[in-house]
Design a binder for this molecule. Sequence first.
Ligand code: UDP
Length: 327
Amino acid sequence: MKILVTGGAGYIGSHVLKRLLEAGHDTVTLDNLSKGHKEAVLGGKFIEGDIGDKELLDSIFTEHDIEGVIHLAADSLVGESMEDPGKYYHNNVAKALNLLEAVVENNVNYFVFSSTAAVYGEPEAVPIVEEHPTNPENVYGESKLFFEKILKRYDEIHGLKYISLRYFNAAGADPEGKIGEAHDPETHLIPIVLQTALGIRDKIYIYGDDYPTKDGSCVRDYIHVNDLADAHLLAVEALADGKNSDIYNLGCGDGYSVKEVIETAKKVTQKDFEVEVSERRAGDPAVLIAGSEKIKDHLGWQPEYQDLEKIISTAWKWHKSGGFRDE
Ligand code: UDP
């Protein structure tokens, strides 16, 4: 089928795009390259532009016979969202709504949305299942939750079929080595640890070690980006097969603390480096671990990378290679 991928030049988007192409789908990637990399778009048609540009969207839908949209273009930094909330409400809600209006007006029926575990906030019980109450602790998570609510209404009112995928912590890189994580500035734990191992940074800071967790540092569920990509492929194909709208978690179901990630990275890279404990970061829940049984059950999704060492090894291969050359 012909699929529009917004944010397809980004970290997760480029891996999703690769999977779609491998599965034989036709793609159009729309990305404003504010954070993405053109070299990460490994095939299909690429259009540089913004999801806030209604005219551009209409022209894309008129020119291409788009059947489904996978929407990943968004801002995604917890810390930044607590400093500049307007940016998050504007880009992740207002501009996304602009896209959704174009989708409905142009009779596109299937929509896959890149959501986040941050919609849950501090969990009342782990693993977190989809029925868990949503109480985002940060503006990023709230912006994604707002859009999920909009999607639900668009299904009720316009009959749009959507699947919302609530990612836990995306990590790793495609083992072929052509694409990987490359944010500027980088804020995510695993790439920062690996940059420290490479000597690009002097030390790694642990944001708080007084959380109520096994070793005091925050616990997260790291999921390989190719496993995430598989879920998008399954989701868009399921919608085209008549599946109803739904919301799914995506994680491995294992929780690793920041300290464990650092220790595993030291083992994988065989490098020692300085680690310092600093203040907590605003908006960080102590523990986020996914219950992902629902997507396994409904869509037959199975993560291939169940082991943190394997996930970090794929990221290490990418970081050692120097990443994208345009940086
Ligand atoms: N973290 C940290 N030091 C860093 C970057 C992140 O201790 O330099 C922690 C962060 O507080 C969180 C975990 O690592 O508990 C994962 O953070 P990341 O930004 O990678 O993903 P998020 O959970 O925010 O989506």
